[in-house]
Write a protein that binds this ligand. Structure first.
Ligand code: KG4
Ligand code: ZN
Length: 400
């Protein structure tokens, strides 16, 4: 079957079209089209994602992104379409709050043959609600017009399935098909992004239990805040990583200049806390207001070490507790080189029976391929909420 997937939960407008074959136990996916527009440059001057602006940008970008995805999938065929008056009225109502989107939508679909897709998947949460709504309303309009079933995907489930599709070797998604097969349950997922830090276990397909979570800041948020304290641009994760990596690669052995806490490292739960770490960085910077580039490298290095140690310690505790056979990393922060290296080493040395799956770097940050992967599993279950029931939920959770 062919799935068209839409992602607008944050600052990426993305649409992908995948051919999906097989079943839960052995699925194969071919990316036919994948179009993505990042708004990072627009949000950078605000030092973070500005929801009203994200919503406006999604509304502006969805039609061109759809066109690009269909074109790449060779599913774009010009043909004048007569849209029944009743359908047009319903769609106009659905898109009424998304400025300019209805006009662009009708102009495009009025000239385009309905593509042979079987389902439309869209992110329904978690994320920024105004941003989520644009994607959902766009998906509803397409589903209504093309008479296709609509699937609501949890964004975090998308991150898990992207990791499951990763081979042990970190492959590139371009061209080669993605497989989800030979997955040994339970699967423990460490989800680390700008809004989330949680450990979730999947014992059966699509059934989740929360094992641990942050009690305050998400790890990506901590990276972003520390970067801002160092006057580095948004998003801060890659900037901190760049600084830390330059020190890791330039010196064999060196003495750490700073020492930061490892919050909740010895606490018995699998929960996290990162706000204390952020405050410790703030105090350190108060004492050293004019840090040199080299000092910043030391700080970033120590911060990355502290975060990674805590993430690993809690994950290792959760592996023991859940007796998981597969570990996945997902979410934007899993692009971090030091975290990837550390987890790969530790699993190899300490849990050789556990399979670690980390998505290729290109698929760690938000995209629509991830929504299509999870969307296929939901489609197999016939999990279609229906147009009226589908709504955005900024705080949508995986575990009940
Ligand atoms: O999953 P994602 O793209 O969006 C959310 O759903 O939040 O994650 C974005 C987060 C940001 O906080 C960003 O700073 C962080 O991922 N990030 C990184 C790296 N690349 C992105 N954090 C650490 N190291 C990186 N290389
Ligand atoms: Zn994400």
């Amino acid at each position: 079957m062919k799935i068209l997937a839409i992602e607008t939960s944050c600052d990426e407008t993305a649409i992908a079209i995948l051919k999906a074959e097989g079943d839960e136990k052995a699925a194969q996916f071919t990316v036919l089209g994948n179009a993505l527009l990042s708004q990072i440059d627009i949000h950078r001057e605000y030092g973070g994602v500005f929801p009203a602006l994200a919503k406006r940008e999604h509304a502006k970008n969805l039609v061109p992104i759809l066109e690009a995805a269909l074109e790449e999938a060779e599913l774009l065929h010009e043909d004048t379409q007569a849209i029944p008056e009743e359908t047009r009225a319903k769609i106009s109502e659905i898109l009424a709050r998304e400025s300019g989107l209805a006009e662009a939508f009708f102009e495009f679909v009025g000239e385009c043959e309905p593509p042979p897709i079987d389902a439309i998947a869209v992110t329904s949460g978690p994320g920024l609600e105004p941003a989520l709504w644009v994607g959902i309303n766009f998906a509803k309009a397409l589903a209504l017009l093309w008479e296709k079933p609509l699937v609501a995907v949890n964004h975090m489930e998308g991150h898990i399935f992207t990791a499951l599709a990763a081979e042990k070797r970190l492959q590139d998604a371009e061209g080669t098909p993605l497989h989800i097969k030979d997955v040994s349950m339970p699967v423990l997922a460490l989800l680390i992004s700008g809004g989330h830090t949680e450990l979730v276990v999947m014992k059966k397909w699509l059934e989740y239990e929360l094992v641990g979570q942050t009690r305050d800041d998400a790890v990506g948020e901590a990276f972003d805040k520390v970067a801002r304290m160092l006057s580095l641009p948004y998003p801060g994760g890659p900037e901190i990583s760049r600084l830390a990596e330059s020190l890791r690669s330039s010196l064999g052995g060196f003495t750490a200049k700073y020492s930061l806490p490892r919050p909740m490292l010895n606490d018995a739960t699998c929960d996290f806390s990162f706000s204390g770490l952020k405050t410790a960085v703030l105090y350190l910077l108060k004492k050293n207001p004019a840090m040199s580039e080299h000092e910043k490298q030391h700080l970033a290095h120590e911060f990355e070490n502290a975060v990674t140690e805590v993430l690993w310690e809690k994950t290792s505790r959760a592996l023991e507790k859940t007796r998981a056979k597969t570990l996945t990393l997902g979410g934007g922060v899993s692009a971090n080189k030091h975290i990837r290296r550390t987890f790969t080493e530790k699993i190899k040395n300490e849990y050789p029976d556990v399979t670690l799956r980390i998505p290729s770097a290109a698929l760690t940050t938000d995209n629509a391929i991830m929504i299509a992967l999870a969307g296929f599993y939901r489609t197999l279950r016939g999990d279609f909420p229906g147009l009226d029931a589908l709504s955005a939920n900024g705080n949508r959770t995986l575990a009940p």
